[in-house]
Design a protein around this ligand. Structure first.
Ligand code: CTP
Length: 403
């Protein structure tokens, strides 16, 4: 459909970027990016009409998003290339996929796939991307790539570790050069944080962080973020716990950066943590929440030390963990040396936190109790009894509430 529409409108249309890369690498990718050698917005509007979707247009950037039920398609207008003809001839404006691809980060992301009928599936490879894929190499397209956009250094590392490729020799030199020019310190915290979030959402964030450390990037972001052996150890444990939790398909989902940032900032004193959060441009609210999370964890670690595995006391474990956000609970699980605590936390996550009781405030009212703060104390008591296996049925729970 997308290709035929392009043909109808008289424009070449290409699938580009990560989508094409991932086809060649036989990896799933559902983010379709299209480039039109024409008016992307007009094209997107017609595409949406044909497919029954909505369009969000960014007139300034000549781009649009087609939003379908289960997918979104980004459509961009190919950058224009200007050919100056000598003498009296006018400047010719040529819309060009080549120019569009040239401004991209790495050869492997600078591939296009023609989708117009007749040429459907033709690979457009101006920069040797196919060869680089065969060689498993991450290469930039030109030597100013990292100067133009230093976040590409982090992207290079992310792709290198994700695909188990190697950053090419010249590209690595350009990275080192950019780092020695201290381009990182000029990079905004917001952009660094965004890249860190993407890294931490990878299958193996630690591989990326290790590579960053090797290149001196952790300290370039902030000296307090140096990846010490202790932190590597903790991050490894966090990775295991995170994978365990992911495989259970439980809700809510983990926000990976919240989990890993706890490990990355381990050992930083409370009065110094602000240096890191302000470098990463946390809002006041984000900073407060992060500090709170760290405090809760510190407090819970102390209380967990005296927790003994004993059926009657699962409710106590549950009471310790309940106020703590999921990432904090997983951190505690990763940090606990004692097997019985890990087992208890795992029970909490898979079962205890979802335990609900079968009596409600209405029941208490019917018993003749005046509504008030006593209600929640009673309901908590009932919940704890149920968790400890002492009040499984509604009758048991009502009896307990009456006492
Ligand atoms: N891009 C770039 N420079 C950047 C960010 C993006 O050149 N700093 C280009 C790349 O060509 C990339 C495309 O924009 O393919 C889309 O970016 P994004 O969606 O971030 O990348 P994907 O390659 O799809 O990566 P991922 O698989 O992580 O989604």
């Amino acid at each position: 459909v997308a290709g035929e529409l392009g043909q109808d409108m008289g424009w070449e249309v290409y699938a580009v970027g990560g989508f094409v890369r991932d086809i060649l690498l036989a990896r799933p990718n559902f983010d379709l990016d299209l480039v039109v050698e024409g008016d992307a917005i007009a094209y997107a509007r017609r595409l949406a009409r044909q497919l029954g979707g909505r369009v969000k247009a960014h007139v300034k950037f000549k781009t649009a998003v087609v939003i379908l039920d289960d997918q979104r398609v980004d459509v961009a207008t190919a950058r224009l290339e200007y050919y100056e003809y000598p003498a009296a001839l006018p400047t010719v404006e040529l819309s060009s996929i080549k120019m569009d691809l040239y401004r991209r980060d790495f050869t492997i992301n600078a591939l296009a796939l023609r989708i117009n009928p007749g040429r459907f599936g033709q690979l457009v490879d101006f920069f040797g991307a196919e060869q680089d894929m065969k060689n498993k190499a991450i290469r930039v397209l030109h030597s100013l790539s990292f100067v133009e956009d230093p976040t590409r250094i982090l992207r290079a590392i992310r792709f290198e570790r994700r695909f188990e490729f190697q950053i090419g020799g010249q590209t690595l030199r350009l990275i080192k050069n950019a780092l020695s020019l201290d381009l990182f310190s000029k990079l905004s915290g917001t952009r660094i944080m965004h890249e860190l979030q993407l890294i931490m959402a990878e299958e193996n964030p630690l591989a990326c962080l290790n590579r960053m450390q090797e290149l001196g990037i952790m300290e370039a972001i902030h000296p307090l973020l140096k990846l010490s052996a202790d932190r590597v150890q903790v991050l490894m444990e966090l990775g295991k716990v995170n994978n365990w939790y992911k495989l259970l398909y439980l809700e809510p989902r983990v926000v990976p950066w919240k989990l890993y940032l706890l490990g990355l900032t381990m050992g930083i004193k409370r009065d110094q943590i602000g240096q890191v959060t302000s470098r990463l441009r946390f809002t006041t609210k984000e900073e407060r929440e992060f500090l709170q999370l760290r405090d809760m964890i510190g407090d819970a670690l102390m209380r967990l030390m005296s927790w003994r595995e004993d059926k009657s006391r699962l409710s106590r474990l549950s009471a310790i963990l309940r106020p703590i956000p999921l990432e904090g609970v997983l951190f505690l699980m990763a940090r606990s040396r004692k097997e019985h605590i890990r087992r208890g936390i795992s029970q909490y996550l898979t079962r205890l936190r979802d335990v609900t009781i079968d009596v409600s405030g209405t029941d208490l009212q019917e018993m003749g109790l005046a509504p008030g703060p006593a209600y929640s104390a009673i309901l908590v008591r009932v919940l704890e009894a149920k968790i400890d296996g002492r009040a499984q049925t509604r009758e048991d729970q009502l009896r307990l509430a009456k006492r």
